[in-house]
Design a binder for this molecule. Structure first.
Ligand SMILES: Nc1ncnc2c1ncn2[C@@H]1O[C@H](COP(=O)(O)OP(=O)(O)OP(=O)(O)O)[C@@H](O)[C@H]1O
Length: 299
């Protein structure tokens, strides 16, 4: 389990993380979302023990991670730009990982050859960007990590390879309770893969929730009334966004479906429709609520 309590991190006078507290349960896949520059990479690197926080605590299985070599042997961090010894072949890199990680599993490495059709003798600097990513996953999964921290991990991979890697990740989570923390701008992918989601904005965690709870807590409604919208309607509901289209009012509101439906029905609307939102829509409206908005986004 990963536990952060009130973590702050600055680079000289730039405050990047501001009181971030979050929990990632063992065997969970946690999606970290956020605007550009929100602090996601900094947060992941701090959790991985690459950076040291200025204050607050970071514990992985009740141990501090910074400069904890034994603990780091069970963690793999894949950065957004893979880093390798450029002149090395896959075979040489595998040997390096084998020396660094006592949990290296040679059998798994050989098995994964089927998933990653790349010549073991090929030098990394001769590979395409996508092939380098494949090698990063191949090596990472062969070390059998307890915790996998992924920064924009599937960028540059084709659709078939993305699916293959997602299947491999889910398999390790299901079979041996590997924990994954993943940052991505691809919200459809996060929606597919993750069971828990956190949204970071300007160094602060706006929301941290189970994905199903998050989705059941916000809805899109369409209503029309005979005459004007009742005065109490707006006070009664927590509206994140609204737009009038002729006589129909489109709103994004917080609340559970049943409660919202019974409240709205009490105003006797002529038209009433309630729809779930995708994670991408939730992200856009939640960000709009904190001033990071675009106009006319209801479609
Ligand atoms: N090593 C560093 N030194 C100084 N400032 C840094 C450093 N690393 C990151 N920052 C600053 O911290 C802020 C957050 O950067 P970070 O890379 O963590 O954001 P991010 O959420 O991953 O962004 P993106 O989605 O664009 O990749 C930015 O303002 C960035 O300029």
């Amino acid at each position: 389990m990963i536990e952060l309590t009130e973590v702050k991190k600055s680079f000289e006078d730039i405050k990047v993380l501001n009181n971030v507290s979050l929990t990632v349960k063992k065997g969970s896949i946690y999606g970290l979302l956020g605007s550009n520059g929100a602090g996601k990479t900094t947060l992941l690197k701090t959790i991985a023990g690459i950076y040291r926080q200025n204050s607050g605590s970071i514990h992985i299985d009740n141990e501090e991670v910074f400069e904890n070599v034994a603990l780091k042997q069970s963690i793999i961090f894949l950065p957004d730009i893979p880093y390798f010894f450029a002149q090395s072949t896959i075979k040489q890199l595998a040997q390096f990982y084998k020396n660094m990680y006592p949990t290296w599993n040679e059998e798994r490495f050989q098995q994964l050859k089927q998933a990653f059709p790349i010549d073991l003798k090929k030098k990394v600097h001769r590979m395409s960007k996508g092939m380098q990513r494949q090698v990063a996953f191949w090596l990472a999964l062969s070390t059998m990590p307890d915790i996998l921290i992924l920064d924009e991990p599937l960028d540059g991979l084709d659709a078939v390879m993305r699916q293959k890697i997602k299947n491999l990740l889910v398999q390790d989570v299901a079979e041996r309770e590997m924990t994954i923390l993943i940052s991505s701008h691809n919200l459809r992918e996060v929606e597919d893969l993750c069971d828990h989601v956190g949204i970071l904005h300007q160094g602060q965690l706006l929301i941290e929730k189970d994905l199903d709870d998050l989705k059941s807590d916000i809805h899109k409604i369409q209503v029309a009334f005979k005459g004007d919208v009742p005065l109490a309607f707006h006070e009664d509901l927590e509206i994140l966004y609204e737009e009038k289209r002729g006589s129909v009012l489109l709103c994004i509101v917080r609340g559970k479906e049943n409660k919202l439906a019974s409240r709205i029905q009490s105003y006797k609307p002529l038209v009433f429709d309630i729809l779930p939102l995708t994670l991408e829509e939730i992200f856009i409206y939640e960000m709009g609520d904190v001033g990071y908005a675009i106009e006319n986004i209801i479609v």
